[in-house]
Design a protein around this ligand. Sequence first.
Ligand code: HEC
Ligand code: HEC
Length: 420
Amino acid sequence: MKNRIFFLIFMMGFLYPNYFGSMNVQNNHVETEMPGDVNNDGIVDVLDLVQIVNFILDQGSLEVESAGDFNNDGIIDILDIVSIVSCIMGSGPCESVNILEIPQYVTDYHGEMLIPEDNPLSEAGIELGRFLFYDKKLSDDGTQSCASCHLQENGFTDPNQFSEGITGELGGRNAMQIINAAWFSSFFWDGRAESLEAQALGPVVNPVELNTTWSAVEDRVAADPMYPPMFEEVFGSTLIDSTRITKAIAQFERTLISFNSKYDDFFYGDFTGFNESEESGFDIYFSEVGDCIHCHQGPILNDNEFRNNGLDSELTDLGLGEITGDPLDFGKFKVPTLRNIEFTAPYMHDGRFETLDEVVEHYNSGVHEDSPNLDPEMENAAAGLNLTEEQKTDLVNFLKTFSDTTFLSNPAFADPFEEE
Ligand code: HEC
Ligand code: HEC
């Protein structure tokens, strides 16, 4: 309890209520309109309502349709009007879920999204990337896309321990969730890619993934009449190459933002309360009882580091060490985000644990003290956390406060081919 109050006071310094969507996200050149502010005059008022009503009655137009979609459910309808009216009257929240709404506490803790200078976000680029992410033309036989192994309902990961590539062959690692990846400085369990752009080059040519060549993909994409105009809008010409394809995919991936969980409500101060079990789990997570916070930290629940959490005495996968060749890196893996962890099973780089109970038991009693390069922060766990059954359940219940079901069902992230 004391920890939690301390933590709350600590975080309060960063807090302020985040009304409306952010107008633009610092340097990334996106002008996302305030939801509700249809006429874009800086305030949400009756004039906006009139425009939305006219639009619904088919008598008017909305310049930016998403601006009228206040509740962000993909359609502009009476429910949006109800929400806006209650916002204007002060009886309801003026917040809405906007794909690029980034709470201030996230930026305060983790900094700005990492966006390469030569790939600023744009609405058109994000939309193109979304099509490409879901397009099976990226695989050799047209049966798989990125989304085949990164499923929205599972936090953009694969519910299978190992993913099946198009040849039916299995890879050796569990697919990773793609959530708030815009803040990561390296990618893959072993960190071998340094940007989302570089990361996206890999799966296309990986024999156990999409198993094709970039020139074949470029030809197939260029042959689809839908694409050249989209590339022109985003990049200024109809040239279609791997650089542009991966740039667009990376833009889409940067919008896969999840900050709408009970845990976030706590940060916002708009907090309805943890139940008793979650509260106890909170204390375990943040104190030396469980010690989780050292590595899974901040709003993103990750520290952009590579660490060994003691899964094995003998390493079969060297992780980061595979890439650097440095024996001091053997057994270190990327600290994964715990966002939506309830939905991203199985767990760990090899998907060895099927449930969160198994994960907690690993930290409680299963840490291999003799694992090479065991992280110093694992000291308590290595000695055994000695949690009671009730405490283990509490910890799992707290981990579930990271769940954000609006993320898992956000129509802006869904398969655009199904909409057609
Ligand atoms: C056959 C399954 C499969 C396909 C298809 C696939 N991936 Fe993955 N993805 C994985 C696996 C497995 C990993 C982890 C691999 C590793 O660490 O060695 C991964 C890792 C990633 C990561 C790293 C996330 C992080 O936090 O480091 C990103 C991003 C990603 N994939 C995006 C994509 C994109 C974009 C595509 C399409 C171009 C794609 N994937 C296609 C299985 C797949
Ligand atoms: C020393 C840093 C460290 C500490 C402390 C730590 N973890 Fe982890 N955690 C990791 C690393 C690294 C991985 C990935 C390991 C791998 O796959 O080889 C991981 C993986 C996980 C996963 C699986 C995520 C996924 O996507 O597969 C969960 C869940 C998890 N940790 C929860 C916890 C909880 C709960 C605690 C506290 C009891 C905790 N961790 C403490 C570093 C840490």
